[in-house]
Design a protein around this ligand. Structure first.
Ligand SMILES: [Zn+2]
Length: 487
């Protein structure tokens, strides 16, 4: 019923009320003012939603047209949301959709991480959502998501038509940054060509206000704006950029509100005769908000009390002891869960000495890898990988553990030999997708004499959550033979 109510939402621009007795600094929001509140890359961080709710409700009491939007990536970042279960039945992502329904989100762009739980779970979450989940540059036909993800959403607000069109990022492999299995059967279009964008000219001309909910990242938005200057506003996400002040490119206002619900984007559009005469954006610093919605707070606390940390997520078939074996587990998680060729982790990031045979709790994985570093992926040549390993082994010890390959560092010649598990040398003609934690990417890669040509891509998913997902997927994990050697 809620969904139907929203689909036929009619927002009155005429009957808005102004109150003078306000605690917030005065903004003269007239009757032809439209407020778009937006979040992006919340990544399961529901802790600030009680403050967000209070802020949204406060504005809704004061102004008639307050629309709440998401630019995508609501999942992947907190096991309370990502590993949610109800009576033993997994319902991944359920809590944040429930809270977004209660806050009355109007529409959301699909982000790359919104595919992380797989298509079947995404289908359930979209069905749960009381708002449309949008994506224009994907063809879902023939998949379980067919017919569930509109390209755009138009609302009629007392004669003013507002359209929200959404795009998702595609990486060098032509799909959003998630495991390829999660988007199997879905075809994605690269958005940043005039040919592609021109197909929306008629749609744009059919409405008064045109908003792009973009999960392309700020660099993509900066290229998009000159290619489609007919858009009024881009509400951006994906690059986690705290865009303050917002930018204007080719007349298009480009906004983005950081990540993890540390900020709420507030875009104000002033209209006269259905035409925008003024547009501006500010970021609301959520840490500075004091009011909390008690009902939402209650829900969030209930979800947090249902912590999955003590849940048994799998079994170790034998003791997994020592940096070698634990490093294999951690890096196998990256290659397997993220579809990478090779992965490295630094031995200093392995914080326990063993996982005992038997039950593995989620908490044990958070003890193993408490840092929750992001995963960063580089396309690397063999010589670039060798350069990284030479740096890592320069002091004559094994500093990196590895999945997808074996290596030997030769101290006498200061050279590295890399092979597959079958001892066949890696190919110098090939480019490998190499994953590592953001600690290595930020501290070791910049120190290389010849860093990889590829600047790397932060997947904004934590190594820890990836190991949790791996143990859940495998159910049984075993110690693996040594792969890193020094001689
Ligand atoms: Zn993203």
């Amino acid at each position: 019923m809620k969904k139907i109510a929203i689909l036929f939402l009619v927002v009155s621009l005429v009957s808005c009320k102004k109150e003078n007795n306000l605690s917030r600094p005065p903004q003269d929001l007239g009757c032809d003012t439209l407020i778009l509140l937006s979040t992006n890359d919340v990544h399961a961080h529901i802790g600030n939603m009680p403050k967000e709710a209070a802020y949204v409700q406060d504005l809704r009491k004061r102004y008639s047209t307050v629309l709440l939007l998401s630019a995508g990536d609501i999942f992947s970042g907190d096991p309370v949301v990502d590993q949610y279960e109800e009576n033993g039945t997994p319902k991944r992502g359920f809590p944040i959709i429930d809270l977004m329904n209660r806050l009355d989100y109007l529409a959301m762009a699909l982000g790359n991480h919104d595919f992380d739980y797989g298509k079947d779970v995404l289908k359930d979450r979209i069905a749960q959502a009381g708002f449309p989940v949008l994506c224009a540059n994907a063809d879902f036909s023939g998949t379980v998501l067919a017919g569930m993800v509109p390209e755009y959403y138009t609302i009629d607000t007392a004669g003013v038509k507002i359209t929200f069109l959404a795009f998702v990022q595609t990486g060098s492999s032509g799909i959003p940054s998630t495991h390829p299995n999660n988007v199997d059967g879905i075809t994605f279009a690269y958005t940043l060509t005039t040919d592609f964008l021109n197909r929306y000219t008629a749609l744009r001309n059919s409405c008064d206000v045109f908003v792009i909910l973009s999960h392309l990242g700020v660099d993509g938005d900066r290229r998009l704006a000159p290619m489609f200057p007919q858009a009024d506003v881009i509400i951006g996400g994906h690059s986690h950029t705290k865009l303050s002040p917002a930018e204007t490119q080719s007349g298009v206002l480009i906004t983005q509100a950081g990540s993890n619900l540390n900020y709420i984007g507030q875009t104000t559009l002033v209209l006269k005769d259905k035409k925008i005469i003024e547009k501006k954006n500010t970021l609301v610093d959520v840490s500075k908000l004091t009011a909390v919605d008690a009902g939402i707070q209650n829900r969030v606390e209930t979800y947090k009390a249902n912590s999955p940390m003590n849940r048994v997520i799998g079994q170790a078939t034998a003791n997994i002891s020592g940096k070698d074996a634990l490093g294999c587990l951690m890096t196998d998680a990256l290659t397997t869960q993220l579809g990478l060729d090779i992965a490295f982790t630094n031995s200093g990031g392995i914080r326990i000495s063993s996982i005992p045979k038997g039950d593995i709790t989620m908490a044990k994985i958070y003890e193993l890898d408490p840092f929750e570093n992001d995963v960063v992926v580089y396309n690397m040549s063999l010589s670039e990988i060798e350069a990284l390993l030479k740096y890592a082994c320069a002091y004559g010890s094994i500093n990196y553990l590895v999945s997808g390959a074996k290596y030997t560092y030769h101290t006498s010649t200061k050279t590295v030999t890399l092979t597959g598990y079958d001892d066949v040398p890696l190919s110098s003609a090939k480019t490998y997708r190499v994953g590592m934690n953001s600690y290595i990417a930020e501290t070791d890669i910049p120190k290389l004499y010849t860093p990889p040509a590829d600047p790397g891509e932060n997947l904004y998913v934590s190594t820890t959550a990836t190991v949790v997902d791996y143990v859940i997927a495998q159910q049984q994990v075993s110690p693996q033979p040594q792969r890193a050697f020094i001689e």
